[in-house]
Design a protein. Structure first.
Lengths: 173, 653
């Protein structure tokens, strides 16, 4: 009997690993689990103050509702990939505000004309200093700011379908 | 049209795979000879269909058909022809199809060369390969179709990552995949044996050549990948304990263990259950490595288009293949009898020690690779496990392997004595001592010890041959005759073990490498490791799909010029990406390695390396693979012999 149990150990171990990987994949689809990213230090902290042409931190706090802020750039290929997802979110009524990161204004405008403009408000961070304060690791990067200006969620890289859904649900709640 | 033809051939291959998965297994279960005999034809049919499919993919790539999404995303009209062909397996979709092709080649090989096998065993092996092939081909067809069309087609493609446009890397994936997928055959043999409920010496004899073949390819593939990262990535290192590297090292470690435990099954009919588990585990590790890389779970320099949805499909596939085989193992392995008792100090004992140590190393490497993931998932902690962990844990486990390696082959089966074995190796230990003492002059303690271990392995491996040809104890002519008469497998063991010694020496030498990062203006010189590096100029150059800045560096030793190196920085126009082309001058004992970095104010950042013994790392791996091939050449001759003997015995009875 003992020998039987012993020989079932590999099966049990492989099964446990399988369950673990499955929940990782699920987490990745919803943006809750990110094996590659460094966690944002801003989660559950007030967003850093900033003043940009377009909008300021005060405007975000004054909105009176949760706001989604998306850092993007015209030169970034994953941003093109993310464009349809953002447009769908905007159409679903998610308040999206964009910050163009290290981008020439003309290039940003051309990008938004070509791939669609999902943003209710647009700010330009040409020197990229605001992005440094926020700890942006790369574009695109998306932040959810709640009513009182606290960062609640962040996604680094182009959001997959699941992450966008997760974000929409979070806003509804 | 060609793309559709390839797509159709892939679908046809799946149809063959379904039949191959069901008919032979059913036939073997019900003892239907006709169904069992259908197995080889089905396997060959599947192989031909997949060869046609893959041929179509290559053709589409060569024709620059950008209406095929896979080609549009990974190719470009300006891409050199070599990479248009090899690019067929460079992309995610193409590599999965290539994976399927090799798997079907395995099935075809068993069908063609497996004639001496008992009918039911052959049918079951081919059937298990059919199940595996079916899963992967279904994945290729549903989740990563390499022939998917793109409409409207773009004018030109997005081009391949310039880092991958390298001859070394062009041939790295096929060899590596042949290694990974080759372990499907021992896996299929293991599952088939569990289904048969019988494992004997003959089984061990059949499994070993396939394991050896896969092992040779995996060894070559890992070495080629490491060499590529050494000369292309320009970091001057050769192994980074990157998750993807670890994923290839794991099946190599367990595969090496399998190679050795299969000998015990063959010669002594012991360790049967363990060998079956190793065969399943090795293939499981090959598959999981691919899964972890493709799903994007592991963070790595080797990135394919990461997609969790694909990951879920592959995970389901793994659950079927690994879970299924381990379930069969749990149910059927208790019925396998074990026989062949042996004393702890014996050839078997040494091979068991080898297995324990290799599997411990594998366990440690696996822990270091996936622990961060599980810590993140379960404990919500971000940690990273890097080279210090692996160096600190692998080294103490590898040391006893090195020490025991030379001793093992000199022990006799069943029961042996350590004393005489040590005496036979006296001159290897003297050689190791001399090399170690000599090394302490130029090296720190640890590398010097590693050099001594390397010499012990190298000369210890030679000692086996010296002993068997009775060198200096009989006349040289007599020794030579004995040498010729030795079976090739003896040379296989010797080369395999000596090769590891050479690699370890290379790694020890590499740990003494020195480097310097300097800002140089043309005309300036820098001294490093007794050499003088003088920057002559930095000029522009143009390649087929890139522009380059080229530095001219003259290296002199004591005023005498030795070599002129011209490292480059290439800017690829189509992918707006810059790569560094390191240039290396080697004299087999040391590499002088030069990288050109950024330029500013008329000066260039240069990275200069002096890497002692670096080429030995890959040369040793080559010797190991060669040893495997040697042993394989011998095996094939001997495979037929026992069958003839049994046939004669049967005829007599």
């Amino acid at each position: 009997m003992n020998r039987r149990l012993l020989l079932a150990v590999p099966l049990v171990a492989a099964g446990a690993a399988g369950v673990g990987f499955w929940s990782m994949l699920n987490g990745m689809r919803e943006g809750k689990f990110d094996p590659r990213g460094v966690p944002s230090m801003l989660i559950d902290k007030p967003m850093p103050d900033f003043t940009l042409a377009g909008f300021t931190a005060a405007d975000v706090r004054a909105a009176g509702r949760p706001i989604v802020i998306n850092f993007f750039a015209s030169w970034c290929v994953p941003c093109i990939e993310e464009a349809p997802t953002l447009l769908a979110l905007a159409r679903a009524g998610v308040p999206l505000w964009g910050i163009a990161y290290k981008d020439k204004p003309a290039a940003t405008d051309a990008f938004l004309t070509r791939h669609g403009n999902p943003f209710a408000k647009l700010a330009r961070d040409e020197p990229g200093t605001v992005a440094i304060d926020w700890g942006v690791t790369g574009v695109p990067e998306t932040y959810l700011i709640d009513k009182s200006g606290i960062v609640r969620w962040r996604f680094s890289g182009p959001m997959p379908e699941g992450a966008a859904q997760f974000l929409a649900e979070k806003l509804r709640a | 049209m060609i793309a559709e033809l390839g797509h159709f051939a892939l679908a046809l291959a799946i149809a063959f795979a379904v039949a191959q998965a069901i008919l032979p297994l059913w036939g073997a279960w019900r003892s239907e000879a006709r169904l069992m005999r259908a197995a080889p034809a089905l396997a060959i049919g599947q192989m031909v269909a997949l060869a046609v499919s893959f041929g179509c993919l290559v053709l589409v790539s060569v024709n620059d058909d950008f209406s095929v999404q896979n080609i549009a995303e990974n190719s470009h009209t300006l891409k050199p022809m070599l990479y248009k062909i090899t690019g067929a397996w460079g992309s995610h979709e193409g590599s999965i199809l290539f994976w399927c092709l090799i798997l079907s080649l395995c099935g075809g090989a068993v069908a063609l060369f497996g004639r001496p096998l008992p009918a039911s065993l052959r049918a079951r092996v081919i059937g298990v390969l059919g199940v595996t092939a079916f899963g992967f081909e279904l994945f290729a067809l549903l989740e990563s179709n390499p022939f998917a069309r793109l409409w409207p087609p773009p004018l030109n493609g997005r081009d391949m990552n310039p880092l991958l446009q390298d001859p070394g890397l062009a041939f790295h994936p096929p060899i590596l995949y042949a290694g990974y997928v080759g372990f499907a055959i021992p896996f299929a043999f293991a599952v088939a044996a569990l289904l048969e409920g019988r494992i004997d010496a003959a089984w061990g004899r059949w499994v070993r050549p396939w394991t050896l073949g896969a092992w040779c390819c995996l060894t070559g593939g890992i070495a080629l990948g490491s060499w590529w990262s050494y000369y292309v990535l320009g970091w001057g290192g050769f192994w980074f304990w990157d998750p993807v590297e670890n994923a290839s090292l794991l099946p190599w470690l367990t595969g090496t263990a399998l190679l050795h435990s299969a000998i015990v099954v063959e010669k002594r009919e012991a360790l049967k259950t363990w060998t079956v588990l190793l065969a399943i585990g090795t293939f499981a590790l090959s598959l999981s490595g691919t899964f972890l890389v493709r799903s994007g779970i592991l963070n790595s320099v080797h990135s394919f288009a990461n997609d969790p949805a694909r990951g879920v499909f592959i995970l389901g596939l793994l659950a079927l293949i690994i879970g299924g085989s381990l379930l069969i193992f749990a149910l059927r392995a208790p019925t396998l009898g074990s026989s062949g008792l042996f004393a702890p100090v014996s050839r078997e004992g040494a091979l068991v020690l080898n297995n324990i140590l290799l599997c411990s190393i594998a366990a440690v490497v696996m822990t270091g690779t996936i622990y961060p993931l599980f810590a993140d998932l379960l404990l919500d902690q971000k940690i990273s496990v890097g080279p210090p962990f692996f160096n600190a844990t692998v080294l103490p486990l590898a040391t006893p392997v090195f020490l025991a390696m030379s001793l093992g082959p000199t022990l006799s089966w069943k029961r042996a004595a350590l004393g005489p074995a040590m005496i036979r190796l006296w001159w290897a230990s003297v050689a190791a001592l001399i090399v170690g003492l000599f090394a302490t002059f130029g090296m720190k303690l640890l590398p010097a010890l590693a050099m001594a271990a390397a010499a012990w392995m190298f000369f210890g491996a030679l000692a086996e041959i010296v002993e068997r040809i009775r060198l200096f104890r009989v006349s040289l002519a007599n020794s030579f005759q004995r040498l010729i008469a030795l079976p090739l497998s003896t040379f296989g063991t010797t080369l395999g073990h000596a090769g590891l010694g050479v690699t370890v020496a290379g790694i020890a030498g590499m740990s003494m490498a020195t480097e310097q990062v300097v800002l140089m203006k043309p005309g300036e010189s820098v001294a490093l490791a007794g050499y003088e590096f003088r920057l002559v100029d930095v000029h522009d150059a143009k390649g087929s799909n890139y522009n380059a800045r080229v530095a001219t560096i003259v290296i002199t030793e004591g005023g005498k010029p030795i070599v002129t190196l011209m490292p480059e920085r290439r800017s690829f126009t189509t992918q707006t990406m810059t790569t560094t082309e390191a240039k290396i001058s080697t004299n087999f004992v040391r590499d002088l390695y030069v990288v050109l970095g950024e330029e500013r104010d008329g000066a260039a950042v240069m990275r200069l390396h002096d890497n002692p013994l670096a080429p030995w790392i890959w040369f040793g791996a080559l010797i190991m693979a060669l040893g495997g091939a040697c042993s394989l050449a011998d095996r094939r001759l001997r495979i037929a012999a026992p069958t003839r003997a049994t046939a004669r015995a049967a005829a007599r009875a």
